[in-house]
Design a protein around this ligand. Structure first.
Ligand code: SF4
Length: 386
């Protein structure tokens, strides 16, 4: 045997011994991939999602698998909600807050922030303009927990807005007593937004310190959200994605909370760390995980309304809202706050739309909806989910 033959022979032996394991490994990889894919199909085909199924979906990371998740969410959205995208104009009327939530840029301990309150007459005027000139059919009144606006003042604002405008009034003013919320309902408010922020009780209590003025507790928050539904409100709630100390299992629990709370609307956005808070050095929540949460919420909760939040847009200003609408969302919440106040209502930094005015935001929303080939919902856009 020539030396070249012996090299060839050695090569063959080598090939025989090394290629088999490689081949086996490849086969194993294919089998694993098939099992993984069929598990994904199996979960997506089920009518109800278990906590394990939700965790599996939230862990997807391959492009092809994510594509299937988002496609399925979009199909569910089409079947249960249709093509309409509903728009809520958000008016941030006060950045005073008695609370000290660790993640929030307008928490009371942030002494660097210049505070503002918009007078009730001005609030009514802004709402009127948003409805009559910009065409919004819902005005969401949002603020920190600010006792300056007493029960009577809030009641009066709701009544005056409804006297002047054909719209729904929604409230996002934090924890008030059930009696107060009943009075706001009697004054005409029909929707409210109170987020539970996280379903992990320990994490909730770490993030929401108690003080002499507030008795923050997870149980109390959850109880209030449930009572709001009983009063007759269409209830919006939600949580943050990527909070420090939050696990994927927590996120799965958060998604399951929507049904437990009988929520009509889901508002999920990424945590974005604010430099003037105790969580300044934390990592932001991820855009991709937030999109996955929207998609899984759509698949799990079917006919719930889901907003493409401003926080999501702030992480991806180029097409964040478009991607959210294509992953299951059906609500947009443009800002109708006058430009001079916007910079001062930064719950998190680099918030989108702080340099725009209400007119810009109304136009921008139209373009976003056109881009994804959908239509802006006419009418009040009341919840489908009962
Ligand atoms: S999250 Fe809400 S309640 Fe907490 S500090 Fe900020 S505005 Fe106040």
């Amino acid at each position: 045997m020539s030396s070249s033959e012996s090299w060839r022979g050695l090569g063959m032996v080598k090939e025989t011994y090394t290629s088999r394991p490689a081949h086996d490994l490849k086969l194993e990889g294919i089998r694993e991939k098939e099992t993984y894919t069929s598990r994904l199909d199996c979960i997506l085909d089920k009518n109800e999602l278990s906590k394990e199924g939700i965790v599996f979906l939230l862990k997807l990371d391959r492009r092809e698998h994510l594509g299937r998740l988002f496609k399925k969410a979009d199909e569910v959205r089409e079947e249960y909600i249709g093509e309409d995208v509903y728009v809520r104009g958000v008016l941030e009327f006060s950045n005073y807050c008695r609370n000290d939530c660790l993640y929030c840029g307008i928490r009371k301990s942030n002494l660097k922030l210049r505070r503002y309150r918009i007078k009730p007459e001005e609030i009514v005027g802004i709402a009127k303009n948003a409805v009559s000139s910009l065409g919004f059919r819902t005005v969401l009144l949002q603020s920190g927990e600010d006792g300056y606006y007493t029960t009577e003042v809030v009641e009066d604002m709701i009544k005056r807005i409804l006297e002047k405008c054909d719209c729904r009034v929604a409230l996002s003013i934090g924890e008030r007593t059930v009696e107060e919320y009943k009075r706001f309902y009697d004054a005409g408010a029909r929707r409210c937004l109170v987020r539970f922020e996280t379903s992990n009780k320990k994490l909730f209590e770490k993030l929401h310190p108690k003080s002499s003025q507030t008795k923050n507790s997870f149980g109390r928050r959850v109880k209030l959200i449930k009572r709001l539904g009983k009063i007759g409100y269409q209830v919006g709630t939600g949580f943050m994605v990527g909070l420090p100390g939050q696990s994927i299992e927590d996120l799965a629990g958060d998604i399951l909370m929507y049904d437990r709370l009988k929520a009509n609307m889901a508002g999920t956005g990424p945590f974005i760390c604010h430099p003037d808070t105790p969580l300044a050095c934390s990592n932001n929540g991820s855009f991709e995980m937030s999109l996955k949460v929207i998609a899984v919420t759509r698949i799990a909760c079917k006919d719930i309304f889901i907003s493409a939040t401003t926080a999501l847009q702030s992480l991806n200003n180029a097409n964040g809202r478009e991607l959210a609408l294509q992953a299951g969302a059906n609500l947009l919440m443009p800002n109708i706050t006058p430009k001079k106040y916007r910079m001062l209502y930064q719950l998190y930094p680099n918030k989108a739309c702080v340099y725009e005015n209400p007119f810009d935001c109304a136009n921008c929303v139209k373009k976003v909806v056109e881009t994804v080939g959908r239509t802006i919902g006419r009418g009040y856009g009341d919840a489908i989910r009962k």
